[in-house]
Design a protein around this ligand. Sequence first.
Ligand code: HMG
Ligand code: MG
Length: 285
Amino acid sequence: MAERVTVFEVGPRDGLQNEPRLIATADKIRLIDGLSACGFSHIEAVSFVSPRWVPQMADAAEVLAGIRRKTGVSYAALTPNLQGFERALAAGADEVAVFASASEGFSQKNINCSIAESIERFRPVLLGAKAAGLPVRGYVSCVTDCPVDGPVAPGAVADVAEALIGLGCYQLSLGDTLGSATPATTGRMLEAVLPRVPAARLAGHFHNTRGHALQNIALCLDLGLRTFDSSVGGLGGCPYAPGAEGNVATEAVVALLHDRGFATGIDLVALAGLSRFARSLRRPA
Ligand code: HMG
Ligand code: MG
């Protein structure tokens, strides 16, 4: 039997959060329902962040209330603090994600606090999630380069990754926020992280600004990682990382994985149709 790789679809959140035009709640719901039909096991649907910081995600609760939930699919939400976690819990998220940075500059810019302060903010989220029986995923952003501080030391990534796993995150997603990682810089980063967090607990999250994402994923596969984040249609970018392009396109990741003989459970034909719809959401109003 083919070995399984999990493709963690983040398009409805990472893909749409940066769109300047407010997308209709009904279109977000249609996108998520379409993804559910394609065979994903994990869909990051929304974030419960400050609507002043990210207006596009202000309707997160309405989105979660409107989707048709498919059995076996985990609908995830990004939560930067306890307030976000409580909103996610009330809205029925199946899992939540806390997000830290390996660089101080991006931490301040993205969540308005230092790395150490962010870890302290996540502690009550992890406790609340444990009490509620919700799995928590962790992100580390800027794993090779930071839009504010420049190149990031691999040891700094390993420190934050280990801290989030130590808090109780079931998995740690390594974020190439800028999409500037190369196989060389990704390799050096993983050399520092893998002795401290096993490959089975890691995911790769590559934006594709410089077109290296698939090569980086191929390297991660060789090093034992078996979960990758991506956005249908290659949507996205981060509002606090100017110039960063979208996540690597899910359809390209699934094609690469199938080509290499891995199973994903994802229907590429259905995904191609949905990718056209996803890209149409970027049209100016
Ligand atoms: P702050 O201003 O320092 O927060 O923002 P605060 O605690 O001082 O609160 C200020 C106001 O925000 C208060 O409202 C709070 O109630 C409200 P006011 O009294 O002024 O009316 N507030 C909230 N409202 C709703 N939901 C919440 C929440 N928290 C506070 N959860 C904060 C700190 C973290 C909230 C802010 O910086 C923020 O929302 N940042 C979000 C940034 C973001 O979403 N970035 C994109 C996602 S990360 C990403 O894309 C990277 C990733 O993809 C991986 C990668 O690619 O590297 C994950
Ligand atoms: Mg991202």
